[in-house]
Design a protein around this ligand. Sequence first.
Ligand code: UD1
Length: 419
Amino acid sequence: MDKLIITGGGPIHGGVRIAGAKNSALPILAGTLLASSRVTIKNVPHLHDITTTMGLLGRMGVELVLNEGMVIEVDPTTIQTYSAPYELVKTMRASILVLGPLVARYGEAEVSLPGGCAIGQRPVNLHLEGLQAMGAEINVENGYIRAKAKRLKGTRLVLDLVTVTGTENLMMAAALADGETIIENAAREPEVVDLANFINAMGGKISGAGTDTLVIEGVEKLNGCEYSVMPDRIETGTYLVAAAMTGGSIMVKDTDPTILDAVLLKLEEAGATIETGDDWISLDMKGKRPKAVNIHTAPYPAFPTDMQAQFAALNCVADGVSTIKETVFENRFMHIHEMQRLGADIQLEGNTAIIRGVERLTGAPVMATDLRASASLVIAGLVAEGDTTIERIYHIDRGYDCIEEKFSSLGATIVRVPE
Ligand code: UD1
């Protein structure tokens, strides 16, 4: 398995372009299953999770053409089976997103149960309960979810807790259901809005996306369209934090500053000067050491759990003591143990990490444990003296488009060593 070796150095400076959002491209690709004709998706990020999703759709018989510039043409009408096998679902939990579209459009689906994952249990009970309330017959046996429905029926759903992919799965199912579906306590994440816009571009009738109440008027049929995926707010935030913690400056392009409020506020609190335009964000730390900032993760528009590990890295070298409280996932602190190997001073108490900033970290071999944890180790490596070797970097390739090329262009010393 490949490794990344990062040699800690000075501040990073320069410009970086942000790719399309992974967490938007995945549900949109699953959502193409709803269409009755060819769909073209643009600004798709170049990531392993996208390859996995294309493999999953391809395995069902869907025809996909990948054109230059990561434009994917999908012809869902060639579908032959309605099944997502364990081998694919186990590598990418988001495969569960095909469940809603398959039942809604084809009346049946067989999707492997995702099982636990490194950052917590992550059950899918709300996806299943929602589909059942819409009239689907669901059986879970032999590790598979088997769902059937002649035509789903619109209903009022009140989600027990805010779930992003749960909201997306049910919204996609409701798009082709008979009558109106109301989803209360829906996730408000920008990626949910992007998916709603995509479905509406195909002729869907969804309103309220971005609020906690979605109203979906089911339609008989959705037609193909051309749609461009929104920018990745987590990739954006990761580069901004990297610049801030190295005392550098950065111009992040092809992004959307309006969907990063909570993150930008924390960066300003850490001492960064931030300017924004329509599709760019600049950050200048002017060589200063960041100030420690307290973080409390929660569903959007609060601070995103997907940026927690990166801010933990920043706090490791910041001036002061900080607390990081993780409220979305029960076990999302694996990076903490790896950061301790780099010399960080961190104490874990339940779902809270107490971090005492140190003057410097020192390079060491570390292990990538999940997607965002891996990114936090890369940026910690940028400020660690000497070499930081990160193993198991397949996690990074799942979610970060050309990470070493992008950091190298910002002046960092980072190489991939194939094994
Ligand atoms: C999505 C994102 C992920 C992000 C997370 C939270 C994608 C592909 N992934 O993951 O990057 O970290 O949102 O912003 O978009 N839960 C249940 N029952 C359910 C569903 C969820 O108990 O049926 C719980 C989960 O265990 C978790 C919480 O709800 O504690 C939130 O999870 P959820 O929003 O569903 O995360 P994902 O959609 O899997």
